[in-house]
Design a protein around this ligand. Structure first.
Ligand SMILES: [Zn+2]
Length: 278
């Protein structure tokens, strides 16, 4: 890299750092979209709300939130070619660099869905799910009369039964691509039923832990996201709007943990993409 390029890169990074957001801001943003209260100190994402309000009064709409396990900022950039549908979403919508709140999936997802830090929601391991007494945005929305749906691993799904309208449990298995395929299929089903749909894709995380070919995981995940995007785009043409969120949960695990070329520790940031399909 030439000196001037290094300077430009530093400037850009500095700008990104200033603009840094947090995963805690997703739940309050969704709460505001549905005009329901949420107990959190995290601020909603003004840029998203401006975008939503600018596009006029919402009629028939739904919110989709896809969490891609282990999709961190560095991975998103490094695998841009394999993740081209996600990059296309980002360039036609909004892209945020978000600070993470945990290195582990369960507390990170609980924070995404509550707007609270792990020490506040207390959901640190799978055993805490359903016992913390803190409701997620899914349960709160459902209590306000909005039908919500969750597509996730069966242990995480079980405590949600009876608390939200549609629970789609997915059985864990050795073949994680097959697992994610089922997550996608169930998400497509959930789209037909609910006003707020949450789904959790795991292939990238599992591949990272096992040092498998990350391009394959990236491509496969990107295709699944692409199918869901195609479905919501088709619905938009029929008058059903979708406010679409996609984010990572924590930095990429396993051998992907450290940046290459001696660039040191991977940062704790993940992408958050927002796009309106209307
Ligand atoms: Zn995770």
């Amino acid at each position: 890299m030439r000196k001037s390029e290094v300077k430009e890169e530093r400037k850009r990074e500095a700008k990104e750092a200033v603009k840094k957001h947090s995963l805690l801001q997703i739940a309050p943003t969704i709460a505001e979209i549905f005009s329901i209260p949420l107990k959190t100190d995290a601020k909603s994402l003004e840029e998203v709300l401006n975008f939503v309000h600018k596009s006029g009064k919402r009629g028939n709409f739904r919110v989709v939130l896809l969490v891609i396990d282990s999709l961190d900022w560095q991975f998103f950039k490094d695998f841009a070619y394999s993740l081209r549908r996600m990059h296309a979403l980002a360039s036609s919508g909004l892209l945020f660099k978000c600070e993470t709140v945990s290195e582990h999936t369960t507390p990170a997802i609980a924070s995404i869905l509550t707007g609270l830090r792990p020490e506040s929601h207390g959901i640190l391991t799978e055993n805490d799910v359903g016992k913390s007494g803190v409701d997620s945005i899914l349960e709160i929305l459902d209590a306000h009369g909005f039908k919500t749906a969750a597509v996730l691993e069966e242990k995480g799904a079980k405590p949600l039964k009876g608390k939200i309208s549609f629970v789609f449990p997915v059985r864990d298995r050795e073949d994680i691509l097959d697992y994610d395929e089922e997550v996608k299929e169930k998400t497509l089903l959930a789209l037909k039923k609910a006003s707020m749909i949450f789904a959790h894709f795991r292939a990238i995380d599992r591949f990272a832990h096992r040092s498998l070919d990350m391009r394959e995981a990236a491509r496969f995940t990107d295709e699944n996201v692409g199918e869901i995007v195609n479905a919501v785009a088709a619905d938009a043409a029929k008058g059903v709007e979708t406010l679409f969120f996609l984010c990572g949960d924590h930095r990429t695990h396993g051998g992907m943990r450290r940046g290459g070329g001696g660039s040191g520790e991977r940062e704790d940031s993940v992408p958050l993409i927002f796009r309106v399909f209307a």
